[in-house]
Design a protein around this ligand. Sequence first.
Ligand SMILES: [Ca+2]
Ligand SMILES: [Ca+2]
Ligand SMILES: [Zn+2]
Length: 331
Amino acid sequence: MFRQWNCNKDMNHFSMRRLFGLALMGALALRGPVADAALTIQFDYTYDDGGFFSGANVGRRDLLAAAANVFTSRITDSLSAITPDADNTWTPSIFDPRNTSNTLTFSGPAIAADTVLVFVGASNLGASTLGLGGPGGYGASGITQSWFDTLQGRGQAGALLATPTDYGPWGGTLAFNSTSSWYFDPNPATVESFTGLNDFFSVAVHELGHLLGLGTADSWKALEVNPAVSGTSFTGTHSAALQGGNVPLSADNGHWAEGAMSTIAGTLTAQEAAMDPTLTVGTRKYFTDLDYAGLQDVGWQLSAIPEAATLAWAAALGTLGMMLRLRARRH
Ligand SMILES: [Ca+2]
Ligand SMILES: [Ca+2]
Ligand SMILES: [Zn+2]
């Protein structure tokens, strides 16, 4: 079985994680209204110099939007607006998607309430990496404590604790490998054969997951049994309840352990978790119950799976001829 790494940056250095943490995110294309959805993921193509998402490739933005919907369809947290003024300013720092070893800093913009700003681009990430993603860092200058608190936690009180229990990022970066053989699905709600290609939707979901704190947030790190140990376990209550105990992590402690199994959210269909370290060529991975539980453990509040999403899954899986039973969910 040939596998490629979604990402391979070392996750064990705290300062690196603040600035360069790895993240993947994605979303399922949903139809119909979604109750209680609060989060907006705003993509910024300023650094897409190579046109990976523009010109003839502009349609790829629809797949990013579908990936974002995996999260925005369920996250209900209210994030405070970031509103700089003459006295309160900030300087975001992100890894440059055009050269991921470079750091970019720039004058911090206003970011609307309930909005996360995500810079996207593409470059040659090497033979074994499909994507990189993670939250940005920042510097700040100001005259009010509330300004600094907003930058640190976006109104999530637990994000301000010495041992954080919540997370409220401003945004970050996603970078995709411009040299990979990609499958850009014209309809991510259906799964068809794409032998030999890497599923862009799956990678976008994974990297957005990192950007939203999976394997990267301080509140994730706080739930590692021993952050100094490679391949420690994760004690988050939602995740552990699903797995029947602490959840083993990958060597970088930034993913579930290689091959971790769960069920596609809203179904009883077993699937390798989206947030394990790898994606098998020619396959799609949807977000699983374990992946969503990890989001809850880093501090995100989730609504129940929208009925529309469940139906979309049924349609998607039906095209594969998979046996599927829908499961009622009440949380
Ligand atoms: Ca499709
Ligand atoms: Ca929260
Ligand atoms: Zn990853």
